[in-house]
Design a protein around this ligand. Structure first.
Ligand SMILES: *[C@@H]1O[C@H](CO)[C@@H](O)[C@H](O)[C@H]1NC(C)=O
Length: 113
């Protein structure tokens, strides 16, 4: 085997093992509501945080999150969010209180509007 072929082979193995070890699962979040939803993501203790920890999802849109092996955590929906400024973001339901679109903790419990 020549050198180039060997490095291509090693690189392929590395890429394959990266995807099978690191991204062993994924969640596809689909917004089936008629309004925009802002998912929040919180990783459990001793689990690496995912990125992003919060984002907007317009009606009909989806986003896939790759999670590492043995991930534990919580994904929830926030609604009626407003970004007054980059450091002043809040939601009527599920707000995580970070003041930003990305969460740094869990969200408020759902409540009836
Ligand atoms: C965010 O902006 C709104 C509207 O200007 C204001 O009422 C609210 O007090 C602000 N909150 C913070 C934490 O600055």
């Amino acid at each position: 085997m020549d050198r180039l072929l060997l490095s291509a082979y090693v690189l392929t193995l590395l890429i394959l093992s990266f995807f099978s070890e690191v991204n062993s699962a994924s969640f596809k979040l689909v917004n089936k509501c008629r309004y925009e939803v802002w998912p929040g993501v919180l990783s459990g203790a001793n689990t690496a945080p995912l990125s992003p920890t919060g984002f907007a999802l317009k009606p009909g849109k989806s986003r896939t999150l790759s999670v590492p092996k043995a991930w534990s955590g919580r994904i929830w929906a926030r609604t009626l969010c407003t970004e007054y400024s980059p450091t002043n973001f809040s939601c009527v339901t599920g707000d995580c209180g970070s003041g930003k679109i990305e969460c740094a903790g869990s969200g408020a419990k759902p409540r009836l509007l």
